[in-house]
Design a protein around this ligand. Structure first.
Ligand code: NAP
Length: 352
């Protein structure tokens, strides 16, 4: 566990979990700079275009029943109304709202100053909630592209990232906190260069940065940067997103669950390689949000069961391939650009 990533014991009142359930009080919590605690593992809710909204909502319901309390949602996933019905049922069955951690995200075509609050209110209404625990700017690029479009798709209205424009959006995010609609705000798909500017100018600094993190894409510099600045790292695609849409695949992509090191450790523990990825993530100090409709129990149990040894953690640290799976090609704003431009590879924000 990283020194800077302080963990606490669970917040919920300890109690006997019913058979087949995991006592949420036994789930590690991570501390945000505000003092709030966030469960160290959550359930992703992006159905990758292949899992229906109803199936995802059913997984949310089932996951809450067995002990999950943290759900990573987004308006663009197209399933917040169905998840809202599930959340309403979960609370009606006796799980207190304050024991849930619900994240949602502002989509890229809603960065306009007049759109941010409206978009958040829409997510609140769809999710049937009075407040969100966390609201993220999903991507720093204000570009519309139609759902399901190909990686070669480019919008005519595509605009470059500029810090001024991001700050206008961020000011509205800050207003959401002041209005009491959200408890925390955060970023996603950011770089160190962009975060430095945001940290310089924000009145309310991000509590969380959501970023791709798995054994083949460990992002050590960005990961350490956020922890050093009191920001928790939520890790998406923790298993390497084996179900991601075809449009998000390239021939050079690698698969962490097929890595011999991960497979060997899995066989020694008698668990699935996917669960090794989850255990590694939690022990490293990031907050994985695996999506699952079939394996969510194994993932939560795996996060809580016998830890990986220091030697196993080091073996996984050594298999980083710097292999970004979610490259963001559709956000490019001018002809001839490569996806690397989105990620400020030279340490400076890529000029417009
Ligand atoms: N901020 C962003 O820009 C961003 C980008 C991408 C994703 N996300 C968030 O991160 C979440 C997770 O990412 P992801 O869904 O792309 O990828 P992922 O969690 O790495 O992979 C999900 C896939 O892994 C399978 N799986 C899960 N647990 C397993 C296990 N124990 N054994 C075998 N297979 C297992 C699932 O299948 P089953 O359903 O069959 O279990 C599903 O197909 C998303 O749902 C979303 O909430 C955020």
């Amino acid at each position: 566990m990283g020194k800077t990533n302080q963990a606490t014991s669970g917040q919920a009142a300890p109690g006997q979990a019913a058979p087949g359930k995991i006592d949420p009080a036994t789930i590690l919590q991570r501390r945000l700079y505000t003092g709030a605690a966030i469960p160290a593992i959550g359930l992703g809710t992006f159905g990758s275009d292949s899992v229906s909204a109803a199936e995802v909502a059913e997984a949310v319901r089932g996951a809450a029943q067995i002990g999950y309390r943290h759900f990573d949602c987004a308006s663009v996933y197209g399933n917040e109304p169905e998840i809202g019905q599930a959340l309403e049922a979960i609370v009606a069955q006796g799980i207190r709202r304050e024991d849930l951690w619900i994240t949602s995200k502002l989509w890229n075509d809603m960065h306009g100053e007049e759109d941010v609050i409206a978009s958040c209110r829409q997510s609140l209404s769809d999710l049937r909630l009075g407040y969100l625990d966390l609201y993220l700017v999903h991507w720093p690029f204000p570009n519309f592209h139609p759902p399901g479009c190909d990686v070669t798709s480019r919008s005519r209205e595509a605009r470059p990232y500029t810090h001024d424009s991001y700050m206008k959006t961020w000011r509205k995010m800050e207003e959401l906190v002041e209005l009491g609609l959200v408890r925390h705000i955060g970023t996603s798909n950011m770089t160190i260069a962009k975060l430095k500017l945001l940290l310089r100018d924000a009145r309310i600094k991000p509590a969380v940065n959501e970023m791709e993190l798995h054994p083949h894409f460990q992002q050590p510099e960005l990961f350490q940067f956020v922890l050093d600045h009191g920001i928790q790292a939520v890790g998406y695609c923790p298993i390497g997103s084996p179900g991601r849409p075809e449009r998000d695949r390239t021939p050079k992509d690698t698969t962490p669950v097929e890595d011999p090191v991960v497979i060997e450790i899995a066989s020694q523990h008698g668990i699935d390689p996917a669960v090794v990825c989850i255990k590694w993530a939690v022990q490293r100090g990031q907050i994985p949000i695996p999506f699952s409709i079939h394996h969510y129990r194994a993932n939560l149990e795996g996060a809580l069961s016998d830890p990986l040894s220091e030697e196993e953690m080091q073996k996984i640290a050594a298999i980083d391939r710097n292999c970004r799976l979610i490259k963001g090609q559709v956000f490019l704003w001018k002809a001839g650009q490569a996806w690397e431009d989105l990620w400020d590879m030279h340490g400076e924000v890529t000029p417009p």
